[in-house]
Design a protein around this ligand. Structure first.
Ligand SMILES: *[C@@H]1O[C@H](CO)[C@@H](O)[C@H](O)[C@H]1NC(C)=O
Ligand SMILES: *[C@@H]1O[C@H](CO)[C@@H](O)[C@H](O)[C@H]1NC(C)=O
Ligand SMILES: *[C@@H]1O[C@H](CO)[C@@H](O)[C@H](O)[C@H]1NC(C)=O
Length: 304
């Protein structure tokens, strides 16, 4: 047994992975990588961005079922980053510990606008692990105050999306907490096949326009068994989106669920086949709002 484990380890090392083991009960070899193997510190102060990028590259290049673990009990500070695909095979990002953003908006350069943890062009990606992704958005929110007492806010044009999945296929985000996002907690843009479930998505009620999940130009999206408590919309569906299912969602405080809102250019809204089931919407400003669309031919239909 020991010998076998060692052989696996060696093979994985040869394949460019830092560590590997056979998960109990696994028939196929599962490769398990840890952020710490790539030099991450996890003390909440160090810059662990480079380690994440290296770990992602290794995971992405490895065939088979790859697990990349963000260890429990630690806090990894990550600067804005794009983790791009396509990858060789499926990737499971196990967020067991905390991933935190730099606190100051000044840490974002011009090229980083609008993103924090940005996944692009990835298929077969799953995020789970029970940990926390914390955007630490307080300074971003403060920057949107329109008066000295912060009683009204303007929309922050460039505040980043915390977890942004763009041009993706078969992505699942399950059983983690996403909190204090600078703007959107999760965003799916041009994605096909999404499951966002058993999520706890929270920001203070006063955090301006913090959105739970933004779905834009995406199809076949299941948002279920989630708790949203944010300053803006719990779920916002815009763009050319269809086959969206919302089920067993708790929303509030927040503005509610919006379909067809937010976007400046509403002429590209073609939203259809939205199914809702068992929604607990309490203490919200708008409840379920379906925005009027005034452009030539777009339509919002089949909201059940
Ligand atoms: C943190 O590391 C990333 C990647 O190496 C780098 O782009 C960023 O500028 C670093 N931030 C600071 C404050 O050093
Ligand atoms: C802000 O609050 C202070 C103290 O309550 C008040 O005197 C002042 O008029 C307020 N300013 C605005 C712009 O509302
Ligand atoms: C809005 O979108 C339509 C269709 O995508 C485009 O033709 C038009 O130029 C856009 N208008 C603005 C103001 O961006």
């Amino acid at each position: 047994m020991a010998l076998r484990a060692r052989t696996t380890l060696l093979l994985a090392a040869l394949a460019g992975a830092a560590a590997a083991l056979l998960l109990p009960g696994a028939v196929e070899a599962h490769v398990l990588l840890s952020l710490d193997d790539f030099g991450a510190v996890g003390d909440g102060i160090a810059n662990d961005t480079h380690a994440l990028v290296d770990a992602w590259k290794a995971a992405c290049a490895t065939g088979g079922h790859t697990y990349l673990n963000v260890p429990v009990g630690k806090s990894y500070q990550i600067w804005p980053v794009t983790l791009a695909g396509p990858c060789r095979d499926e990737i499971n990002l196990l967020i067991s510990g905390n991933i935190i953003a730099p606190e100051s908006p000044e840490e974002w350069s011009d090229g980083d606008q609008g993103r924090w943890l940005h996944f692009r062009g990835v298929g077969d990606l799953s995020l789970s692990g029970g940990g926390i992704v914390d955007g630490r958005g307080q300074q971003w929110w403060a920057g949107t105050c329109e008066d000295e007492n912060c009683t009204s806010h303007r929309q922050h044009e460039v505040a980043p999306m915390a977890l942004h999945f763009e041009d993706c296929r078969d992505v699942s985000v399950k059983g983690i907490t996403v909190q204090n996002a600078q703007r959107q907690h999760l965003a799916f843009t041009r994605c096909h096949g999404v499951e966002a479930s058993y999520l706890r998505v929270t920001s203070p009620e006063h955090s301006p326009a913090t959105v739970g999940v933004l779905v834009a130009g995406s199809t076949d999206v299941h948002i279920k068994h989630d708790l949203f408590s944010v300053g803006g919309d719990c779920v916002s569906i815009v763009g050319d989106s269809s086959d969206i299912k919302l089920k067993a969602i708790s929303c509030g405080p927040g503005l509610g669920i919006s379909i067809g809102g937010l976007s400046q250019n509403q002429s590209d809204h073609r939203i259809h086949k939205i199914k809702t089931d068992t929604m607990f919407i309490a203490n919200t400003k708008n409840g379920l709002s379906i925005y009027e669309v005034i452009a030539p031919f777009p339509f919002i239909k089949d909201v059940m």
